[in-house]
Design a protein around this ligand. Structure first.
Ligand code: XMP
Length: 537
């Protein structure tokens, strides 16, 4: 493994950057692949800081000044055999740092350096095997010459001629140049996708690239990030005052605790109790922040206002808009009472920040308008502090642990901003919310008791606007039906229903019907996303 951090970084970044291991940064150029975020995940798992940028956003000067210890070129949907398709900036190959091209990234590197790529009849999708035909630093300690190794492929085009200086180190039936290397220049290319789980050794190949080949020390840890983030917040905020909206979710809570560490009582948190929270949730938030962390917290009880404005409203989009606007009104009013406020803190995460590469152009369709505090900064003339904007969700969870939040808290399932209102299709009333809270609590309790909570991305109950006939103790009942929803997912973008066994589902249904008066039928939603969405509204 090559040496320690290069302290002689060409730019004038502040000292905490080097201390946190962020001086060793890997630049990922995105050509629009579905899996680019996974490349970043794998690089960070190896303790190396990295960022994703669209292939065409950094000019030569920006690439030169970025301070990359290595560059990774992602896959992408285009074909280098067609003109007008994306290319890596030439500067990438003249920086003197190692470059790894993955799939499309390999193909464009080969073509730009003088090799040849062709469209092929033999398309390869899914599981494949490569034969390792040469020793290579990328494979050190992972694959040996002569081995046959499982990988995951997704390509039509393939390399048919190598640029000078390269040799082939692995081949497959569909890709004779499945892995190539020019070790003198530190250029590597793989046709397969090392970033996906279906390439079982892929993470170790990526770690070889960042640690052994690029010589990063792998010091980017959450403890280091915490110190770095605290210093950065202090530098940004100076002696200003910050306000932070708490939702009870993991992101805003972690952001608040981190900010409090950085600026103490110059942070005020505002928790708006919308009356749309789950059982016990409001008390937990107040106890955690006021009681445990001793963070100044304004608790706004606004159930009456929210339920009043939602009265008679059945359209899901109208519900979302009303809730978003009410939240902003209340937050604004509370902020005004505090006097001078300079910054608004938000728990924005990296996936929200990454600019996606679109080849089709055009705006995407609004499936649901997500509720956040958008609109507030302009109205209140506030600057934003977003201390988590470089982190992925599970890194935020790791940071939360580092900051002393309990495992039970950081591991909580995501909960939508509009709360239970979007889990009561039709008109939202206090009575319906009360039924839903009881049923939801039973479902989650049973999931926890069965040891399944962490295996599930999100689980909840939905109170249906349908009444059904039942028979309970020789009496006719005519009560609400309830749906249970539990999904697995990695990012909420796609999801599959959780395959509970029937015994479990039966137990939950029996408990809900016995314990919640007003519900007499329970169903389990087995729709995946797409075509369904996770929430019902
Ligand atoms: P859908 O229902 O669109 O949800 O499949 C994907 C993920 O987003 C959450 N969700 C929201 N989160 N404000 C939020 O903060 C919202 O308006 C909102 N709507 C949905 C949902 O719970 C799931 O985790």
């Amino acid at each position: 493994m090559a040496g320690a951090i290069s302290m002689a970084s060409p730019d004038r970044r502040p000292p905490w950057v080097a201390e946190a291991g962020e001086a060793e940064r890997v630049l990922i150029l995105d050509f629009g692949a579905q899996y680019t975020q996974l490349i970043a995940r794998r690089v960070r798992e190896a303790g190396v800081y990295c960022e994703i940028h669209p292939f065409n956003r950094l000019d030569d000067a920006a690439i030169g000044g970025w301070g990359a210890k290595a560059i990774i070129l992602s896959g992408g949907p285009a074909s280098v055999t067609e003109s007008g398709t994306p290319r890596a900036p030439d500067r990438v190959f003249r920086l003197g740092v190692p470059v790894l091209g993955i799939c499309y990234g390999e193909q464009t590197m080969v073509q730009q350096l003088g090799g040849e790529v062709a469209a092929s009849d033999h398309r390869e999708f899914g599981r494949a095997f490569v034969d390792v035909v040469g020793d290579c630093a990328l494979f050190d300690g992972v694959w040996a010459k002569g081995g046959r190794e499982q990988v995951w492929m997704s390509h039509g085009d393939r390399v048919i001629g190598l640029p000078a200086g390269f040799r082939t180190v692995a081949t497959s039936d569909g890709a004779p140049f499945a892995a190539i290397a020019d070790e003198a220049r530190g250029f590597y290319g793989v046709q397969f996708h090392p970033e996906v789980m279906h390439t079982p050794d892929g993470a170790r190949l990526i770690a070889n690239f960042t640690l052994r080949i690029a010589g990063c020390a792998g010091r980017w840890t959450m403890a280091a990030f915490r110190r770095q983030a605290v210093a950065r917040i202090r530098a940004q905020v100076g002696d200003g005052r910050v306000i932070c909206g708490l939702s009870g979710g993991v992101d805003s809570s972690v952001a608040a605790v981190l900010l409090h560490e950085a600026i103490g009582d110059r942070l005020t948190c505002v928790f708006v109790d919308t009356g749309l929270m789950r059982a016990g949730e409001s008390d937990e938030v107040v106890e955690l922040f006021r009681g445990h962390f001793n963070i100044p917290l304004v608790h706004v009880e606004a159930e009456g206002l929210f339920l009043g404005r939602l009265q008679g409203v059945t359209d899901p989009e109208r519900k979302r808009k009303i809730i978003g606007a009410s939240f902003i009104d209340l937050f604004d009013a509370e902020a005004a009472k505090l006097g001078r406020v300079d910054f608004l803190a938000q728990g924005t995460l990296y996936p929200d920040v990454i600019e996606s590469v679109s080849f089709t152009g055009g705006p995407s369709v609004t499936i649901k308008s997500h509720h956040n505090v958008g609109g507030l900064p302009e109205r209140m003339r506030l600057k934003l502090v977003e201390p988590l904007r470089e982190l992925f969700k599970d890194e935020v969870r790791a940071l939360g642990r580092e900051l002393g939040l309990s495992e039970a808290f950081v591991g909580r399932h995501p909960f939508p901003g509009p709360g239970l209102a979007i889990r009561v299709p039709g008109e939202v009333t206090a009575e319906k919310l009360a039924l839903l809270r009881l049923a939801d609590r039973i479902f989650i309790e049973e999931i926890r008791d069965a040891g399944l909570y962490d295996a599930i991305w999100q689980a909840f109950a939905v109170l249906l606007p349908v009444k059904t006939v039942g028979v309970m103790g020789d009496m006719r009942s005519y009560d609400h039906a309830l749906a249970l929803r539990a999904v697995t997912s990695t990012d909420g973008m796609t999801a599959d229903y959780y395959p509970f066994d029937h015994g479990f589902l039966g137990r939950v249904a029996t408990r809900i019907i016995n314990e919640v008066r007003g519900i007499n039928r329970v169903t389990y939603d087995i729709t995946s996303k797409p075509p369904g969405t996770i929430e019902w509204e």
